[in-house]
Design a protein around this ligand. Structure first.
Ligand code: FAE
Length: 528
């Protein structure tokens, strides 16, 4: 932590124990190990490499979020977003586009390397976090371990006993997972919205379940008591939390820097990977400034390369490398098997007596669990909609068991990687979410909200996902431990390994799989 804060205060883009001591650290062109990206997969790799005594460089395209702006806060609020909110945009692109069909949610901003990105493909857009900590900076903190039976279905070659006995517990402990105090949950106004949704689900005979989170619930209770500065209780989430959340910069990455072997470079985007004749990997990275201008193009080389750029970051890099011939031996599994985790967002209108409260905590703590319904498996997170006034809306992020998958390919004329997801594939998620929520509406005599997603009659947000999964599926693009097929000493540790669907929110699984990969790789591959 000391290193993170000192480096940020000094305005450095190189972060590590060395940089905390010396104003101008020596440039690192060659490292034994490089990690691309500092989200869950990258952070686990960095920590375990550092602990093993291996000098490691992490290249992250986003900022280190540790310096307060003129308002005294590191992150801006969701209600008054500024340049810090989104990655080089002139206007925010929040998941909820409208309220009462009015364009009141999004705001004009100036372009800046903000913390949330929405990456657009032809028929699907993907929300991702940008910065030291990746998705942990912007997500809802829901730390869910998947059902063992579904995990086994998705990862038939992974020893589930090992995962549930060793790697899931290790991941949860490192991430700082905790649960809301049930007594406080039942009594606080901040979770009235959740209790109202629970009642509506129960009326339809549906089961709800508490879900753990990495937001510190002790801190949240102090926020409610007025003894701590509000963050989750001040509407903060998708543009970052100023307090309370155990994001990766406070857990894995702080520990990684603490080893003294790990350095992080920020605002450096890796755009090409090739292999030199001696077997080392050579990376080309663009260093950008706060306007997005490339101020330097750098070359790095390493013996061991770990890719943690996330499902779309890693997949795009490898598809490009294969199809432009810089890593020609990558197999056809690279770019395949991508899915949205069946994400669909929707809102319901409650009766006037079923209030959701003007006060809403931003960290979800409960889901409607109908995954065991073989006819229509859905797990729906009860999401907050903190607008500061009573609006009677219940919002949900449904995770449906959508079997549709898409592929990435390199379009040489555009010089871009494309994704072939199509609207019919989204319609599968929508149909499943509709089946569940039609039941809830029928049992409660309630209706959907039509005014939240832009067009005049759109009930289901079917054009974005928070949970991009796959693209380099475990056992297909890689061996069963994330070692990329066709190349030695090249590894994937992020969400691109997960085959498109998990049934729950994914970061605990991504972290646990990365822990499993690092344990194996450090035991078998890095011996001198
Ligand atoms: P990720 O965390 O995306 O990290 C990738 C990192 O690599 C990022 O920092 C990138 O900036 C960086 N990067 C990418 N390409 C490059 C490159 N070429 N050069 C340099 N750097 C690069 O990957 N999941 C849950 O389990 N629970 C939740 O409650 C939840 N809520 C969410 C809410 C929102 C708004 C969003 C956007 C996501 C949410 N997720 C949630 C999803 C979760 O954050 C996501 O699955 C993980 O962050 C993915 O982890 P990875 O390590 O795969």
């Amino acid at each position: 932590m000391i290193a993170l804060q000192t480096a940020a205060a000094a305005g450095l883009t190189r972060i590590g124990l060395q940089s905390a001591q010396a104003a101008e650290p020596a440039a690192v062109d060659n490292s034994p190990a490089i990690v691309v990206g500092s989200g869950y997969g990258g952070a686990v790799a960095a920590l375990r490499l550092g602990q093993a005594g291996i000098r490691t460089l992490v290249l992250e395209m986003g900022l280190l979020w540790n310096t307060a702006g003129s308002d005294g806060k590191v992150f801006c609020s969701t209600s008054a977003p500024d340049q810090r909110s989104m990655w080089f945009r002139t206007r925010t692109e929040a998941p909820l586009a409208t309220f009462l069909w009015l364009d009141v949610v999004n705001k004009d901003i100036s372009p800046y390397p903000g913390v949330l990105d929405r990456v657009h493909y032809d028929h699907m857009s993907v929300y991702v976090g940008r910065g030291v900590g990746g998705g942990s900076l912007v997500n809802g903190g829901m730390a869910v371990t998947p059902l063992k039976s579904y995990f086994t279905e998705q990862f038939p070659t992974v020893d589930a006993d090992d995962m549930y006995g060793t790697y899931f517990p290790r991941a949860r402990s490192m991430l700082g997972v905790n649960t809301v105090d049930p007594a406080w949950f039942e009594s606080t106004d901040w979770y009235r919205f959740t209790r109202t949704s629970r009642k509506a689900a129960a009326n339809a005979g549906l089961k709800t379940t508490f879900v753990p989170n990495v937001y510190d619930f002790g801190y949240m209770q102090r926020e409610a008591a007025g003894t701590a500065t509000k963050s989750a209780l001040a509407g903060e989430v998708i543009y970052g939390n100023n307090y309370g959340k155990r994001s990766l910069d406070k857990t894995y990455l702080a520990a990684a820097l603490g080893t003294g072997n790990v350095t992080i470079h920020t605002l450096e985007k890796v755009r090409a990977i090739t292999r030199a004749s001696d077997g080392s990997y050579v990376l080309t990275a663009d260093r950008i400034d706060a306007t997005g201008t490339v101020v330097e193009t750098k070359q790095y080389s390493c013996t061991y390369l770990f890719l943690g750029g996330g499902s779309i970051g890693t997949t795009e890099l490898l598809v490009r490398a294969r199809d432009t011939g810089t890593l020609p031996d990558l197999n056809s599994g690279v770019g395949a098997g991508w899915g949205t985790n069946g994400n669909t967002m929707l809102g319901r209108a409650n009766h006037v007596w079923d209030t959701v409260g003007a006060n809403q905590a931003t960290m979800p703590v409960m889901g409607i669990d109908d995954w065991a319904n073989a006819d229509n498996p859905v797990f729906a997170e009860i999401a907050p909609l903190p607008m500061g006034f009573e609006h009677w809306i219940s919002l949900y992020l449904a995770i449906t068991k959508n079997p549709e998958r898409a592929s990435f390919s390199y379009d040489s004329s555009a010089g871009a990687v494309k994704l072939d997801w199509n609207p019919a594939q989204s319609a599968v998620s929508v149909a499943m979410a509709k089946k569940l929520f039609d039941r809830i509406n029928a049992a409660n005599l309630t209706i959907y909200r039509y005014d939240l997603f832009g067009s005049t009659s759109k009930i289901f947000a079917d054009d974005f996902t928070y949970h991009p999964l796959g693209g380099c599926v475990l056992g297909k693009a890689t061996d069963d431990y994330g070692r990329v097929k066709g190349y030695s000493k090249l590894y994937i540790t992020d969400g691109s390994l997960v085959p498109g669907s998990l049934g729950v929110n994914p970061f605990v699984t991504i972290t646990a799989l990365a822990e499993r990969t690092m344990a194996r790789v450090l035991a078998e591959d890095t011996a001198p």
